[in-house]
Design a protein around this ligand. Structure first.
Ligand code: ATP
Length: 213
C-alpha cells in the first residue's frame, strides 16, 4: 500500500513526522509520499517560496526509509485539488491500494473539498485522530464506506474510510513561526536540519535586518 500525506509544511515539524511514521508502520506502507500543497497567495505571515518548503521537507525525511517527497502539486499549474493529485497518482501506481491520510480537522471540512466524493474513486481515506476524539455525524455516503478492519484496506484499492488514533503532539507550524518571529528557539519541535534552513534563509523573520552573508 502507498500512503499520501498532504500539508502546507510551513515548516514541517515533529507533529507531522511522528504521525507520518506511526501510520507508515501501522498500515505497513511500502511508501509514504509527503505532498506539499500550494499556499494561497496572501497569508498573514511572510510568504515562504514553495521551493523552500519543499527543501525543508526533503531535509527532514532524507534519511527516513520509505518516506518520499512528491512535488506534483507544486509543479501543476492552476489550483491544486487533492482529487487531481490522487487521480495522477492512481495513473502511475496501477492497482496498488492508495491511502490518503488527513487530520480530523481537515476531515471535518472534507465535504467542501473540490469533487470530494471522487476522492474515493482513487484512494481510501484514513482520518488521523487524537485520543478522546468524539467522532462526528457521518453522511450516508461516508457511513457506508467505513472499513470493517485494516485488512480490508489492502484487499481493495480505493473507496473505504477509516479512523486511526495517532500520538497527539501539540505542535503547530503557526506556533513555530510565531516563536521564530519572537526570536525564540524552536529546537526540539522540528528537525535541526529544518531549523538550519530557516536560519540560513531567514524565514519567518521579517523584522530582522540581516547584515551578513
Ligand atoms: P499551520 O499551523 O500552518 O496550520 P500545521 O502544523 O497544522 O500548519 P499543515 O501542514 O497544514 O500543518 O498540516 C498537514 C497535516 O498535518 C494535516 O492533516 C494536519 O491535521 C496534520 N498535523 C499538523 N500538525 C499536527 C500535529 N501536531 N499532530 C498530528 N498531525 C498534525
Amino acid at each position: 500500500m502507498i500512503g499520501v500525506y498532504g500539508g502546507t509544511f510551513n515548516p514541517v515539524h515533529y507533529g507531522h513526522l511522528r504521525t507520518a511514521l506511526e501510520v507508515k508502520e501501522l498500515f505497513e506502507l511500502e511508501q509514504l509520499r509527503l505532498i506539499p500543497c500550494r499556499v494561497p497567495a496572501h497569508r498573514d505571515e511572510p510568504d515562504v517560496p514553495a521551493h523552500l518548503r519543499l527543501q525543508m521537507l526533503e531535509a527532514a525525511v532524507a534519511d527516513t526509509h520509505g518516506f518520499s517527497v512528491d512535488r506534483r502539486e507544486l509543479d501543476r499549474a492552476g489550483p491544486s485539488y487533492m482529487v487531481d493529485t490522487l487521480h495522477s497518482l492512481r495513473n502511475e501506481i496501477g492497482d496498488t491500494p492508495l491511502l490518503l491520510f488527513i487530520g480530523a480537522d481537515a476531515f471535518a471540512g472534507l465535504e467542501r473539498w473540490h469533487q470530494w466524493q471522487r476522492l474515493f474513486d482513487y484512494a481510501h481515506i484514513v482520518v488521523m485522530t487524537r485520543p478522546g476524539y468524539a467522532g462526528s455525524t457521518l453522511s450516508a455516503f461516508l457511513q457506508q464506506r467505513i472499513a470493517e478492519d485494516r485488512a480490508q484496506l489492502s484487499r481493495q484499492i480505493a473507496g473505504l474510510l477509516t479512523f486511526q488514533e495517532v500520538t497527539a503532539l501539540a505542535i503547530s507550524a503557526t506556533a513555530i513561526r510565531e516563536l521564530v518571529v519572537a526570536g525564540r528557539d524552536p529546537q526540539f519541535l522540528l528537525p535541526d536540519r529544518v531549523i538550519e534552513l530557516i536560519r540560513r534563509h531567514h524565514l519567518y523573520q521579517p523584522l530582522i535586518h540581516h547584515t551578513g552573508n
